[in-house]
Each structure stands twice: as structure tokens, then as C-alpha cells.
Design a protein around this ligand. Structure first.
Ligand code: 4AD
Ligand code: MG
Length: 497
């Protein structure tokens, strides 16, 4: 009987078979331990020299060989997953040789080039599993609240989020582009169904190499008829707390693999903080924050120097080491230390740029990563920033009647420096005002005629937002870089494998 590793502990003392891959093995003279993984868990399978044929076969297996392992289940609380298998039979489906990814540290480029194999490591498995739950939770939130899923097109005519990041394509001789958002189509569905959402891949030709931009990313976007700004905020809180709650309920083990500080996630409760763009700018430019930023740079520089000073000691130990395992361990330590030094140097240079950027920041620009990171480090809950300058935002956003040079929009910044994860707004529902905005932006109104129809026939106040799945995954998993949040990342420098 084939059993999944996660269910093994329910089959105490039974004879079962596992199907999976060899994650690692250890042997100590007369006994061999095969670590077998099957996507549901990892199981230690034990074989001893009293079964010479089996024992010999186990000895030949390379990492990631595919196997069927038969044996008796030995339930043991101390074993990972709660059970081990005492091997009685072993079928080798394919004996893999020289799996390129060893347990040693590899550079990111190497790992990215082997993305198709890199999946098999516990860290990547944990991220992919959490991503799955985040997506499911987000869908669940909207489904449970009476939203209808609407699939919006990928091939579009006309830009919604600015011409600067369009991927153009030739559509039988006509210019078309890949969707930057499903929003405009979704607005028409909201006028039919009231509360709708779309979930799909979106595309932006981002010409920047940052830690938070992909050229292909997944976004879940609700659109709500009769919504005002407060309605959007309440839904964002509901959505985000549902996502965090589901991840905490199902993925304690995966978060532990990622060494995620769980207490930071447990603090995410409604209500989130709220401020206007103008208040946010005042905050980042304040004496207090400027001093805080400068102090952090100084602290990190001290930490960096201490790490650099330690290196000669490690190297002296390495030179003195005699045993090969000892040398290997020390070499690894030095390599890790060098990488940490490199990372911290980059971090410090980013911080300096942030500090400079915030000092010279003037009212009117969009908040950049610098300002967002600074704001989002001041609070342990997400922050809503509303009322951005009209000229910094998309044409469809409705100006705030109380302050018409700003719009009724909201960006949600995640804490711990993660920055913008959600962007949304109330939409301009007045025909003349929207036509004027399109003209003001120098956009061709032709592709938007169908969209303007929504303002001609039963227009109502409405709004919505988009949550970027990958930025959410990066935040919840505590990842430094967005490239690990999606199975096959597409960035300016990479579209393979
Ligand atoms: O703020 P954005 O551009 O908003 C929209 O696209 C609206 N049409 C959404 C709406 O109101 N229906 O993007 C929304 C979110 C961002 O907050 C971010 O999480 C993510 O999408 N995002 C990206 N994620 C990864 N790489 C990129 N290049 C991204 N650009 C936006
Ligand atoms: Mg945005």
C-alpha cells in the first residue's frame, strides 16, 4: 500500500510503501539512513547490514534518485514527521548522479539557473506551500463575502497603469499590449454584479532591477460598486488579516524552515494605521526620523566592521585545521561570512540612498521604495497612506473634493520595511471629469470609449484595489528578494528557465 509521508504516523507497525526522492543519506558502517521526501514531508528510512543486498543498493544511490521504499512504520515522536520506516524493500526508479545542488551554499545566479531543480530544497518547498495558502486565503476572503470571480483579458488595447511599462505585441497588424491590470474590465463587471474580483498574471516592463519588481506578477483585484475610501480600507484589513491568519494556522513548520519571526506576523490585527501622503512626507522628513535613519546606518557600519575584523581569525583557524571535515566546515563559514558582509554593504548603501532621497523629497512625487521602507519600519502593523498627489497617480483615480490636488487613493504599506503591497482607489465616475483627465495625460481616448460608457450608462461611485501576490509572499515569508516568491520569476535580467 502506498502511503504519503504526512500520513505515515497513522500506520504504526504496518508494512507500507513510500514513493519519492532521496533528499540525503547518512551511513555509519553497519547502518544506513535514507532521507526520502515525497512533497508531503521527509521520512528517515533505516536499513542495516543484515540485509546485504538492500544495504549495497542504498550505498549506490545519488541525491535525488527516485525510489519506492517498502518497510515497516516505526512511530517515534522524536523523528521528523513522527515516524520512521524500517526498510524491507527498495526499488530504484532512477538512480540520479551528480545532482547539481548540494547542501553547500550556492550563489543566487547558480540557483536561479537551476530554478527547476532548486524547488526541491526545504526552503523553496516552504515558500511554494505558503504561496499556495496565501492565494487560497485571498480567494476565500472574496468568495465568502459574496464577490464573483471575473476573468479579465491578458491581451489588451490601451494602457491603464502608464505607457512606460507596457509590453507591446503585434496583434495581427494592430498594436496590443499585455495586461498591466484587470481593473478597467473589472469595473464594467462591477456595474453588472456589484462585487467582483479578478486574479491573474499581470505584466509590467519594469526597467529597474530592484528587490521588489517583477515583469510578470500575479495580482488579486476586487472592484466594488458604491464603495468609498473607507469601504476599501475595511476590505484590505479583512483580506490581509485573513491571509495572515490562514498562514499562521497552517504553516508554523514552514515558517520555522524560513526562520520567520512569527511574533511579527501575530501582531497584524485590524485596525491598521492610517495617514495621508502629506503626513507621511512630514514624517519621513522629520528630525526624529532623519536621526533614526542616520543612527541605523552608523550601527550597521559598526556591525560590518566587526564582521570584517573577524575574518582573519576564521582564516587562521582554517590554516590550522587538520581534519578534512573541519576544513570544509570552516571554509563554508568563511564563505557565509563573506556573503553576509557583501549583503550588509549593499544594505548600507541602500540606506544611505534612502536617507539622501528622503532629505531631498518634495511634495508631489510618488512615494518611492526609500520613503515606503522608512514609514513601514515605524509601525508593527500595516499602514494605509491615502491622498497622494493627483499628478503622481493613474488617470482613473477620483480627486478628493476636500483637497482636489490629491486623489481618493490608498496604498497599503506592509511593516518591517516591505512597503507597498496593495494599491487602490475610488474611481472617477463622472464622464466629463474622466475625459478631461485622459486628455490631460495626453492619452488617446479611442481605446477607452467602452470604459467611458460605464460613465454614460448608470454610473455610480465605485472603487477597488490590487494586492500583489509576490510582495505579499515576500513579506509573510520574510524574504529579502521577490525572486524566490514565484515559481519561475521574470525580471529584466531573466526569462529562463
Ligand atoms: O499599485 P498598482 O500598480 O495598482 C494597480 O494596478 C491597480 N489597477 C489596482 C486596482 O486598483 N485594481 O499595483 C498593485 C499592486 C502593488 O501594490 C504591488 O503589490 C503589485 O501590485 N505590483 C508589483 N509586484 C511585483 N512586481 C511589480 N512590478 C509590481 N507592480 C505592482
Ligand atoms: Mg501602486
Amino acid at each position: 500500500m502506498f502511503v504519503e509521508i504526512r500520513n505515515l504516523k497513522n500506520h504504526a507497525d504496518a508494512e507500507v510503501a513510500l514513493r519519492g526522492w532521496l533528499y540525503g543519506k547518512r551511513s555509519g558502517g553497519k547502518i544506513a539512513f535514507l532521507l526520502v521526501r515525497d512533497g508531503t514531508g521527509i521520512c528517515q528510512c533505516v536499513c542495516d547490514a543484515s540485509q546485504p543486498e538492500l544495504f549495497a543498493t542504498a550505498g549506490t544511490l545519488g541525491q535525488e534518485s527516485s525510489l519506492i521504499v517498502r518497510g515497516k512504520v516505526h512511530v517515534d515522536e522524536r523523528a521528523p514527521g513522527g515516524a520512521e520506516l524500517l526498510i524491507t524493500g527498495l526499488d530504484v526508479i532512477q538512480n540520479a548522479e551528480n545532482f547539481p545542488i548540494s547542501r553547500k551554499a550556492h550563489g543566487v545566479d547558480f540557483l536561479m539557473n537551476h530554478r527547476h531543480l532548486w524547488f526541491r530544497t526545504p526552503r523553496q518547498i516552504a515558500i511554494l506551500r505558503i504561496r499556495h495558502t496565501i492565494i487560497n486565503a485571498a480567494r476565500g476572503y472574496f468568495n465568502d463575502d459574496g464577490f464573483t470571480l471575473i476573468d479579465t483579458p491578458i491581451i489588451c488595447a490601451g494602457a491603464a497603469e502608464g505607457a512606460g511599462t507596457l509590453f507591446e505585441l503585434d496583434y495581427f497588424g494592430e498594436k496590443a499590449n499585455l495586461a498591466q491590470t484587470g481593473q478597467l474590465y473589472l469595473e464594467s463587471a462591477a456595474m453588472a454584479l456589484g462585487k467582483v474580483y479578478c486574479f491573474g498574471p499581470t505584466f509590467r516592463a519594469e526597467k529597474s532591477k530592484t528587490r521588489r519588481h517583477l515583469t510578470e506578477f500575479w495580482m488579486i483585484e476586487p472592484e466594488i460598486a458604491f464603495a468609498d475610501l473607507d469601504t476599501l480600507l475595511r476590505h484590505e484589513e479583512g483580506l490581509v488579516t485573513r491571509i495572515i491568519g490562514d498562514v499562521l494556522a497552517k504553516h508554523r513548520d514552514d515558517l520555522a524552515v524560513l526562520e520567520r519571526d512569527i511574533s511579527a506576523l501575530e501582531k497584524i490585527k485590524a485596525p491598521f494605521h492610517r495617514m495621508t501622503y502629506t503626513e507621511a512626507i512630514d514624517l519621513v522628513k522629520s528630525e526624529k526620523i532623519q536621526t533614526w535613519m542616520a543612527d541605523r546606518i552608523a550601527d550597521d557600519q559598526k556591525k560590518l566592521q566587526a564582521m570584517i575584523d573577524e575574518l582573519p581569525q576564521h582564516e587562521a583557524k582554517l590554516a590550522a585545521a587538520k581534519k578534512s571535515w573541519e576544513k570544509e566546515k570552516l571554509e563554508q563559514q568563511i564563505k557565509d561570512q563573506r556573503e553576509s558582509i557583501h549583503d550588509l554593504e549593499i544594505e548600507i548603501s541602500h540606506r544611505k540612498v534612502h536617507l539622501e532621497g528622503t532629505r531631498s523629497f518634495e511634495w508631489g512625487g510618488d512615494l518611492g521604495a526609500d520613503e515606503e521602507a522608512v514609514i513601514s519600519r515605524q509601525f508593527d502593523r500595516p499602514v494605509f497612506v491615502t491622498n497622494y498627489p493627483k499628478k503622481a497617480k493613474a488617470f482613473y483615480m477620483k480627486p478628493d473634493p476636500a483637497r482636489p490636488d490629491t486623489v481618493l487613493n490608498v496604498d497599503m504599506l506592509a511593516p518591517e520595511g516591505y512597503g507597498e503591497v496593495i494599491g487602490g482607489s475610488v474611481r472617477e465616475e463622472n464622464l466629463a471629469a474622466l475625459e478631461a483627465r485622459i486628455a490631460e495625460e495626453g492619452m488617446n481616448p479611442e481605446p477607452f470609449q467602452w470604459y467611458l460608457d460605464l460613465r454614460r450608462y448608470g454610473s455610480v461611485p465605485h472603487g477597488g484595489f490590487g494586492l500583489g501576490i509576490e510582495r505579499t509572499v515576500a513579506w509573510i515569508c520574510g524574504l529579502k528578494h521577490i525572486r524566490e516568491t514565484i515559481p519561475f520569476p521574470r525580471t529584466m535580467g531573466r526569462m529562463w528557465p
